[in-house]
Design a protein around this ligand. Structure first.
Ligand code: ADP
Ligand code: MG
Length: 443
């Protein structure tokens, strides 16, 4: 892509995410100067614009370039005093009350068009369509709940993308409850509650993913409660997802619980066999891969849990077929499926497991194997114990040694704890699936 086209694409993506006044003031006179392997240089017409762009719009600019270029780049600014005549106009624009921009870029990959509908999710799908037709009017809030990987985020982003297409002027914010919490904590620390409020409370459509993480966060819940009230009183649409129904969310204030229950709650269940086959077909199409229908059925039969796992299995099978140069037949797929996942993972050495877990949780190896027993390290450590024992078949003594000289009874305890949690705690379930997916990708 040449620079001019890149810049046009950039402006196109930025435009729906900020107010038109901001767009005019800060982007219309900015140009793309240079693009190198790791740096994009933008030229602005004044120091003022440069400051505002780098202080207020940098995350958005970075995000859009990362999307367009397929990698993260450093954004650099230079000042080129090209246009002076409109400076006064620029200043007035700035001092008008500024509508804070949406910093969300919705992942365009998730649409309603590529969401496969079946008995497990058709009610949720219909509700999504109703909300797209009439945001804020029919079901407010719309609350999706269900196990991990059943398509909650997909459907929620599908709503966002459809609304964005139909009504590009609407302000759409997508965040996880964790992001909202972090924004809140940061706003308190930097005394910028006003910014936080003008950001979230000016949304026309607010999409909050994984609301279960509001649990136990009293102050965040309070802030969200008021955000919620303000938005719904203006008929702005709110969509939430969670891994469980509001009534089952522990440490959630009653008033928030009743707000969540006040609209439409729909659960999404694990897909049945036909839906699983259809999902596999859709994923193959998206990836440009082809597997015969009977192979897809085999995979769907072998993977009963959820769509994320289904997709993981599909990718794994396609990879093995390619690497081993096997044709996609019932026999070859059956033989790959027949290998216990443990067999694939057992080829790994323990260092790969440690590294993958560290990477996943963003912790250092010496923290993982070290003595500190804080929550952030205990779950990763227990996961390692579980994987090394179950998948690599190492002895508890050996695992203790690997983990910085821990006693074998400690290892047994950690390993068994995870085993129990997998059946009761969806979050742990999800983490384990994702870690294993990363492991099998490196196996
Ligand atoms: P959740 O948020 O419920 O944990 P996601 O929405 O992240 O699950 O879905 C996990 C993966 O499965 C995504 O890649 C998503 O596209 C895919 N997926 C889930 N349900 C469907 C569906 N009905 N049709 C197509 N893809 C689906
Ligand atoms: Mg999700």
């Amino acid at each position: 892509m040449d620079n001019l086209r890149l810049w046009h694409k950039f402006l196109e993506s930025i435009k729906p995410n900020i107010s038109s006044a901001n767009f005019k003031t800060f982007f219309s006179k900015t140009l793309l100067e240079r693009v190198t392997e790791e740096k994009v240089t933008l030229s602005t017409s004044s120091a003022f614009i440069k400051e505002t762009l780098s202080q207020r719009h940098l995350p958005l600019i970075e995000e859009v370039f990362a999307n367009l270029l397929g990698k993260r780049v450093v954004i650099d600014f230079v000042i080129k005093e090209v246009i002076a005549e409109n400076n006064s106009q620029t200043e007035t624009d700035f001092f008008q009350p500024v509508r804070t921009q949406t910093t969300t870029i919705l992942n365009p990959k998730y649409t309603l068009a590529n969401f496969v509908v079946g008995p497990s999710n058709n009610v949720a799908y219909a509700a999504a369509q109703a909300v797209i037709q009439n945001p804020g009017a029919s079901y407010n809030p719309l609350f999706f709940y269900g196990g991990t990987g059943v398509g909650k985020t997909h459907l929620m982003l599908g709503i966002g993308n459809a609304v964005l297409e139909k009504k590009p002027h609407l302000k759409i914010i997508y965040c996880s409850s964790e992001k909202f919490t972090n924004d809140y904590v940061e706003a308190i620390q930097n005394r910028r509650m006003g910014d936080l409020r003008s950001k979230y409370r000016s949304a026309d459509l607010l999409l909050v993913d994984d609301a279960q993480f509001f649990s136990g966060r009293e102050q965040t819940q309070e802030e969200f409660f008021h955000t919620f009230n303000e938005l719904t009183s203006r008929n702005s649409q709110i969509v939430l997802t969670s891994d469980r129904a509001p009534s089952e969310m522990p440490k959630l204030e009653d008033r928030l619980k009743s707000r969540f229950q006040g609209g439409l709650m729909v659960d999404i269940q694990s897909p049945d066999i036909d839906t699983r086959v259809a999902i596999l077909k859709a994923k193959c199409m998206e990836r440009g891969d082809h597997l015969p229908e009977e192979c897809l059925s085999l995979i769907a039969e072998a993977t009963e849990t959820n769509a994320r796992e289904l997709e993981g299995k599909l990718i794994q099978i396609i990879q093995v077929l390619k690497i081993q140069k096997m044709p996609p037949t019932i026999e070859s797929v059956r033989s790959i499926l027949g290998q216990k996942p443990a067999a694939a993972l057992s080829n790994l050495n323990y260092k790969q497991v440690l590294n993958t877990v560290c990477q996943y949780f963003d912790i250092r190896l010496n923290e993982l194997t070290g003595p500190r027993r804080v929550k952030e390290l205990v779950l990763p450590r227990h996961l390692v114990m579980h994987i090394l024992s179950d998948e690599l078949n190492l002895t508890v003594e050996k695992i203790g040694e690997i983990l910085g000289g821990r006693d074998h009874t400690t290892v047994m305890h950690g390993r068994d704890k995870i085993k129990k949690l997998i059946t009761t705690d969806r979050e742990v379930q999800r983490v384990l699936i994702e870690v294993k997916q990363q492991l099998s990708a490196s196996a």
